[in-house]
Design a protein around this ligand. Structure first.
Ligand SMILES: Cc1cc2nc3c(=O)[nH]c(=O)nc-3n(C[C@H](O)[C@H](O)[C@H](O)COP(=O)(O)OP(=O)(O)OC[C@H]3O[C@@H](n4cnc5c(N)ncnc54)[C@H](O)[C@@H]3O)c2cc1C
Length: 468
């Protein structure tokens, strides 16, 4: 580890989107030493897409990563607030879908993010590997990345450096440890295990039990099947397929499909989700991630409309993810150890915001640690400001993301939309109850998501800095 002459020595466990962004933010402060400890032998992102909304995009711009990323996408992102609308299918088309779907006992509604809508214009879609290499490319050599360093545990005493122990038996020290080590975070496990023992020793069994629930992730009831489809392959099967040029989402009672162009339109990101709300917050006892067989999910979408069929047809070598989340923590901080990104608040992906929230955590924490008033003695105040500003926001995003999965599977106020209700025939000029319900669903989806393009990250930054 580096010389003790530096103002602060920051150790980061995990070089994912959160860890890399934090290191990049801290690299602006020459008197802060940064060591990134990454479990893998090298950095390799999964071949899939990632959506980024205006708040995290602003951060990427402030860090100077935007220009590199803009080369990879053909949609110019819009910053700042926009009017919240999304364009559902025309009524006549919804009616047709429902007629055929009800007959097959599968309910279906398609939903397009029209290119011209503020939602689509504010969403930028990237290839994960390109995203990661853009971050890595900006990182100066002064930020040291140590590969094959899987954190096992840490030891923090009242004073003196924090001691880190790695799976390979090696050790390191730092003044502040940031757990950016993802969903299965070893930092979170060590931090909460310590908290549970302390609470038990203080005779607070309920709080101890509460903290213990947050150590391991819980299954959301969702399985995501992801693949990247070469645009040419899709074009051959379905010339003019809407996912070649715009984000597209198909919703159904038991699952949904999302597709959008990435890598300057050369690829199409595909994600199909199967959803079991009744299994939310249970344990998933098969491997969480791995290669999947198309037959695992194709059957569910077999009766969906031709656009979906074409996408499923083009999928090769899909990967499956049992989507897990972390229950809301009471604090992201314990002494001089702090959690960011999925380690702190892994959430369901229905608002396309897990990585965005990791970026916000990383940037704001970086500014707080880098602030001239932060040193080893005032660290507690800076970490507290981080927790006060970031925890409510990230946990709120996790809540609305869960709610979005309910809406995407046609549930409002906890009640499923009844597709046997009268949807009427638009041609007959009726204004049936079912149609109104769908309109309300549309309204709720948009309202629930508006924060992503109607709020600015500047306010959170100001709020955090004003606490110093
Ligand atoms: C199906 C799906 C779709 C998604 N779509 C989107 C989207 O469109 N937009 C969006 O914003 N988000 C999306 N997300 C969420 C997003 O992928 C995550 O929120 C984001 O990657 C979290 O970043 P992170 O840096 O916190 O963690 P990670 O990306 O998981 O990085 C953690 C890093 O820590 C390393 N590590 C793990 N354990 C240790 C250890 N013990 N010691 C050292 N290193 C360790 C890992 O190797 C890894 O490099 C999606 C997620 C899923 C599952």
């Amino acid at each position: 580890m580096p010389s003790a002459a530096k103002r602060l020595r920051v150790g980061i466990s995990g070089a994912g989107i959160g860890g890399l962004t934090l290191a990049l933010t801290l690299s602006q402060y020459p008197d802060i030493d940064v060591d990134l400890f990454e479990a893998s032998k090298s950095l390799q992102e999964v071949g899939a897409g990632v959506a980024v909304f205006p708040r995290p995009w602003k951060i990427l711009r402030l860090l100077g990563v935007d220009q590199e990323l803009l080369k990879t996408c053909d949609v110019k992102p819009k910053e700042g607030p926009g009017q919240a609308t999304r364009s559902p299918m025309p009524q006549a088309k919804v009616y047709q879908c429902l007629q055929s779907s009800i007959a097959k006992a599968i309910s279906l509604w398609a939903y397009r993010f029209r290119r011209s809508s503020p939602m689509a214009r504010s969403m930028i879609t990237l290839h994960r590997a390109e995203f990661q290499s853009a971050l890595l490319g900006r990182l100066p050599k002064t930020c040291r990345i140590h590969y094959s360093k899987r954190l096992r545990s840490f030891d923090q005493q009242q004073s003196g450096p924090i001691e880190l122990a790695f799976e390979d038996g090696s050790r390191a020290t730092c003044d502040v440890l940031v757990g950016a080590d993802g969903l299965k975070s070893a930092t979170r496990a060590a931090l909460l295990t310590e908290r549970v023992s302390w609470m038990q020793s203080q005779g607070r069994p309920d709080e101890a039990a509460d903290a213990a629930e947050c150590i391991e992730p819980w299954w959301s009831g969702q399985i995501a099947y992801r693949a990247v489809i070469p645009a040419e392959r899709l074009r051959k099967v379905s010339p003019g397929h809407p996912a070649l040029t715009q984000p597209l989402q198909y919703l159904g009672k038991r699952g949904f499909v999302m597709a959008y162009p990435i890598s300057q339109g050369k690829m199409v990101n595909f994600a199909a989700f199967t959803m079991r709300h009744d299994l939310e917050n249970t344990k998933y006892d098969a491997p969480w991630m791995g290669p999947a067989d198309k037959s695992h999910f194709a059957g569910l979408f077999a009766d969906w409309e031709p656009d979906v069929q074409a996408l499923v047809h083009c999928v090769e070598n899909p990967l499956s993810w049992a989507v897990h989340t972390v229950k809301p923590l009471r604090s992201f901080v314990c002494g001089r150890v702090v959690l960011i990104g999925d380690a702190a608040h892994a959430m369901t992906p229905q608002q396309g915001s897990g990585a965005g929230q990791a970026l916000e955590d990383a940037y704001i924490l970086g500014l707080l640690l880098g602030h001239s008033s932060t040193n080893i003695h005032t660290l507690g105040r800076s970490l507290n400001a981080f927790d006060q500003v970031r925890r409510p926001r990230a946990q709120q995003v996790a809540r609305v993301s869960r709610l979005a999965a309910r809406y995407f599977t046609f549930e409002i106020d906890g009640v499923g939309v009844d597709f046997s209700a009268d949807f009427g025939h638009p041609a007959a000029g009726s204004n049936p109850v079912g149609w109104e319900t769908l309109q309300r669903l549309h309204h709720e989806v948009v309202k629930n998501w508006e924060w992503a393009w109607n709020t600015s990250v500047d306010e959170s930054i100001q709020e955090a800095l004003s606490m110093l």
